[in-house]
Write a protein that binds this ligand. Structure first.
Ligand code: ADP
Ligand code: MG
Length: 400
């Protein structure tokens, strides 16, 4: 981790005992229409920091957002999350029905050492997304120490993710520390060969990542729907596959820049195609890169799978972002799942970013076999584009 960011692991029991520790986590969990939580992995991901703090006698005050409410509304209340959290920890969990108001203040004052108070949704307050200094000050006044552990929102400069850090001694939680270790340190100082596999649906969303990785990775494999913008830019016929016409020039420029870089760029060499985009459509494999006028490419073909798995075999570090086909439909999931298996069987450091990529790995039950799967979709993408994340750079101004 960057020298000027300090981890909570450096905080001693003396420094934490009885102290009010304000922790920003990402409890933006999916819920059904009855407000029942359908996936609690984000809550579980925050437990190492929360448990460390309670075990060291801190009074833990948790902040999070849930959804994108513009004003207070019951369906975006964090109350159900407080109940859920109470079942996952062994200490009392209280809930504050307001965020920085008199009730919250009173509950903070009453909070015992080693206990937890979850504040109501920070986005109920307009100052949150405006990163309003007064709201940041109000939040900061509830704590003695700030811990940032919400990697999923670290790319947003909001009051609870960044603003509050200006007013309190600030530390990175374990989740942020782990993300930095893999997305930052491992990418900047990789064990080589370093292979990146970048797929997904849109070139426009991934071009910045591709550019950032050029010259840094030894091999850059491009897959997914993005392939067809690149192939079309090279003059191939791609039929009715997904193409972003306004990115053809960018794609060609990227391929030209790649020629004079240290990175070998690999494009697919065969394709699983259909003439109708539906799950049970009749599909065939096209060898080579010339598709018929009515073909839609939905997955990489067997030769490309061999090419990718071959590169993985020799790699020491692999970074993967973006599925290589429409993995949501069984008929077009082979490429993505083959890559997931190859990564699971590899001794390389395997780092995965992107919500759909993580979902694809979970779908084939290989989550535990990856070295690191990032918890932040947008945040990990911005990180891999080389951008500075406000919620992380704010921690560099440490007041100790
Ligand atoms: P991530 O969330 O991992 O960053 P993206 O959001 O960039 O990934 O892309 C995931 C989507 O890309 C998936 O829904 C998948 O169906 C789609 N996709 C992959 N290959 C193709 C293709 N050949 N044609 C159309 N969509 C594709
Ligand atoms: Mg996605």
């Amino acid at each position: 981790m960057s020298a000027s960011i300090v981890s909570i692991s450096s905080l001693s029991r003396e420094q934490l005992s009885g102290k009010r520790v304000l922790v920003r986590v990402d409890f933006n969990v999916p819920m059904d229409s009855n407000q029942a939580i359908t996936d609690d992995s984000r809550i579980r991901a925050a437990l190492p920091s929360i448990n460390f703090l309670t075990q060291n006698g801190a009074r833990v005050i948790i902040m999070s957002h849930l959804g994108q409410p513009k004003s207070p509304s019951p369906e975006f209340s964090l109350r159900p999350v407080a109940k859920w959290l109470a079942d996952l920890v062994s200490v009392p969990v209280h809930f504050a029905p307001d965020t920085v108001g008199p009730l919250a203040r009173q509950l903070v004052d009453q909070l015992g050492a080693g206990e937890i108070l979850l504040l109501e949704n920070v986005r109920f307050c307009p100052g949150e997304i405006l990163n309003d200094p007064q709201f940041s000050r109000d939040l900061a006044s509830l704590g003695d120490i700030f811990v940032q552990d919400a990697f999923g929102t670290a790319h947003r400069a909001h009051a609870s993710t960044a603003g509050v850090a200006a007013f309190l001694p600030s530390y990175a939680g374990f989740l942020i520390e782990k993300e930095l270790q893999f997305l930052d340190h491992a990418v900047r100082h990789p064990k080589r060969p370093f292979v990146a596999i970048i797929g997904g649906s849109k070139v426009s969303g991934k071009l910045a990542v591709l550019r950032h990785l050029l010259g840094k990775v030894d091999v850059l494999i491009v897959g997914g729907a993005m392939t067809y913008t690149f192939l079309k830019a090279q003059g191939h016929s791609v039929g009715k596959s997904l193409v972003e016409p306004d990115r053809l020039e960018d794609a060609l420029r990227f391929l030209n820049d790649a020629k004079s870089s240290a990175t070998k760029v690999v494009l697919p060499v065969d394709h699983v195609v259909v003439t109708e985009f539906k799950a049970d459509a009749y599909s065939v494999v096209v060898d080579g890169n010339e598709l018929d006028a009515d073909h839609i490419g939905l997955d990489i073909g067997p030769k490309t799978i061999s090419l990718v798995t071959h590169e993985i075999q020799f790699a020491q570090t692999v970074l993967w972002n973006g599925p290589l086909g429409v993995f949501e439909m069984d008929a077009f999931s082979k490429g993505t799942f083959a890559v997931a298996e190859a990564l699971a069987n590899s001794d390389a450091l395997t780092i995965v970013g992107g919500g759909d990529s993580a979902a694809a790995i979970a779908k084939c039950g290989l989550t535990a076999d990856m070295t690191h799967i990032s918890t932040g979709g947008g945040a990990s993408l911005e990180f891999l584009e080389g951008k500075v994340l406000p919620g992380i750079s704010a921690l560099e101004r440490v007041h100790v």
